[in-house]
Each structure stands twice: as structure tokens, then as C-alpha cells.
Design a protein around this ligand. Structure first.
Ligand code: GUN
Length: 315
């Protein structure tokens, strides 16, 4: 998933015309509150257990965009009071070397969350790498064990982007029960887990994708429209039902009038008749790191559950 951290990009947050009727959902402010709450929880845990959650991030190779994302993850991890363990491996790293590192991190009690930055260089098999991560430390929620648990409604670590989207939706709409949610895009990282989370909220869920016929007639049914396809401004105004809440997961870099800027998968300027919409940048993007740290905190709590329980009994 593309990140919003590139400072050379022109920000368009909140650049809505004065007669734009939809509320613009401020993901940046929501994420700042989330990070503040996580920081407080970490401080409380440090006070009660003497320990803090630890997040290990593995970066293989020199991809500049990945290096920027990893640096911002480290910055926010430390700002939340957690331990950050960064592992930078060369572009030539072999599958065996990477798996050996994962096994060490799985066994390290100071590491509660493991994230291997994707994409990996071509010689590496990312499915096998994700498979090797202990599901209890899989803070990306990409392991099949977590995907399966989510699908059957068991306790799981949930992919960060859909988790952030559901937080924004519940904050905005409260109870989502009975609403018709249309998810456009069926990736393992966003579309599929997003649909599972909305089902858990008792939505009626439709998943649409590149082969869906007459996509606009499907999206027009949505009370909640989540779009994660990676196609700049694909969803036009007449694809959106008046009063719908629109979550735009796309982050697309385009050149317009000689300037580079970020746009979503929804044509934002045409969405003024929605009830609310996330802007790009400044909507879903800022939520992702907050949710990563929330998952790390959750992984820590589950790992330390016996200790935390015994402390509660004492006090
Ligand atoms: N690369 C871009 N986004 C992500 C993410 O959310 N998780 C991982 N592991 N790699 C990424």
C-alpha cells in the first residue's frame, strides 16, 4: 500500500469547494488521538508490568519508498513509548537468511510484533515469509491463520488498513447494523478483510471487483462505500448514492497541470452529495500506523495475559 509520507506531494486535504455538502472525515486528527491513547496505554503497562511492547520491522533491500515507510513506523513506535527493533538486510538476502531472522524474532520474548516490509526483492517468496511469522506476532494480520480466524469470527490480528476504516466508520455512524456496505476491490490486504469486518458489524456486504458488471449500479446501492482498487478517481459522482458514507483507500500519485499530487480512487470533487467522505491524503492513510501500533499493543497484552491477570488479582 502506498504511504502518504512523501513530503514532495502536494496536500489537498480539506480542499473542498464551499458548496461541498459532505463532511470531510479527518483521519489525521483521529489517528493523532489514537496514537495518544496508545501512548497512555503503553505508559500504564510499563508502570504495572515493567515491560513495554516491542515491534520488529524488517526491511530487505534499498527501495526508497519502503525506507521512508519503515522510518516513519520506527518514529511513531518510539513516540508511543514502545521498543523498536529495525532489521535492514541487503538486496541479495536469501530466503534461508530471511527465514532464519524471522525464526529468531519469533523466539525473542522482547518482540511482540513482526512486520516484514513488502514488496520483497524478486528472489524472495513473500507468502512463505508471511507463513513463517508466528501468527501471535503477525501485526500485519497477513498470516493465513489470522485471515481464517477473522473469517470465522475468532480473535485475530486484523490487517491495519481495514481496521482503520472500520474505526472511522464506527466513529462516524455508530451502529453499522443493517447498512448495505459495498467494498470495491478484493485484495487479501484490504478488500477481503474489510468485507469480513463489515459482516461482523452486521452489515449487508457486497464485494465488487474488476470483473463485476455495471459497477456503478452496484456502488449506487451502498450506504457505506469502501473503494480500494488503486485507480485514480475511478468512482464518479453518479456512482455514489446521496447520503452514503465513502471510505477512499486509494492513494494514487498523478501529474496534473505540471504538478505531482495524490488522489484517491474516488473523484472527490464529485462526491459532495455523500454524507461523509475520507479525503486523500489525510483520510485512511494516517490511520495505518496507529492500527499497527494498536495491533502490537494487543499482541503484547495477549502474550502477557497471565501476568496481567495475576496483577489484577493482587491489586
Ligand atoms: N508495504 C506497504 N504497506 C505495507 C503494509 O501495510 N505492511 C507491510 N508488511 N508492507 C507494506
Amino acid at each position: 500500500m502506498m504511504s502518504e509520507t512523501n513530503s514532495s506531494i502536494q496536500s489537498t486535504t480539506g480542499r473542498a469547494a464551499p458548496d461541498f455538502g459532505a463532511d470531510v472525515i479527518d483521519g489525521k486528527a483521529f489517528a493523532a488521538n489514537l496514537l495518544q491513547r496508545i501512548k497512555q496505554d503503553v505508559a500504564d503497562l510499563r508502570a504495572t508490568t515493567g515491560e513495554v511492547p516491542g515491534l520488529a520491522v524488517v526491511l530487505v533491500g534499498e527501495d526508497p519508498a519502503s525506507a521512508v515507510y519503515v522510518a516513519s513506523k520506527r518514529r511513531e513506535t518510539l513516540a508511543a513509548g514502545m521498543n523498536s527493533f529495525e532489521h535492514r538486510l541487503s538486496e541479495e538476502t536469501t530466503q534461508a537468511e530471511l527465514l532464519a531472522l524471522i525464526h529468531r524474532l519469533n523466539a525473542d520474548p522482547a518482540v511482540h510484533g513482526i512486520l516484514v516490509q513488502l514488496p520483497l526483492p524478486g528472489q524472495l517468496n513473500s507468502d512463505a515469509v508471511i507463513d513463517a511469522i508466528d501468527p501471535a506476532k503477525d501485526v500485519d494480520g497477513f498470516h493465513v491463520a489470522n485471515a481464517g480466524r477473522l473469517a470465522v469470527g475468532q480473535q485475530a490480528l486484523v490487517p491495519c488498513t481495514p481496521l482503520g476504516c472500520v474505526m472511522l466508520l464506527k466513529d462516524r455512524l455508530g451502529n453499522l447494523s443493517g447498512l448495505h456496505a459495498v467494498v470495491v476491490g478484493r485484495s487479501n490486504i484490504v478488500g477481503k478483510p474489510m468485507a469480513q469486518l463489515l459482516l461482523q458489524e452486521d452489515c449487508t456486504v457486497t464485494i465488487a471487483h474488476r470483473h463485476s458488471r455495471d459497477l456503478a449500479s452496484i456502488t449506487r446501492l451502498a450506504d457505506i462505500l469502501v473503494v480500494a482498487v488503486g485507480r485514480p478517481e475511478m468512482v464518479k459522482g453518479d456512482w455514489i448514492k446521496p447520503g452514503a458514507t465513502v471510505i477512499d483507500v486509494g492513494i494514487n500519485r498523478i501529474s496534473r497541470h505540471g504538478k505531482t499530487r495524490l488522489v484517491g480512487d474516488v473523484d472527490f470533487a464529485q462526491a459532495g452529495h455523500a454524507k461523509a467522505i475520507t479525503p486523500v491524503p489525510g483520510g485512511v492513510g494516517p490511520m495505518t500506523i496507529g492500527c499497527l501500533l494498536e495491533n502490537t499493543l494487543e499482541a503484547f497484552r495477549r502474550a502477557r495475559a497471565p501476568l496481567l491477570k495475576s496483577m489484577k488479582k493482587v491489586s
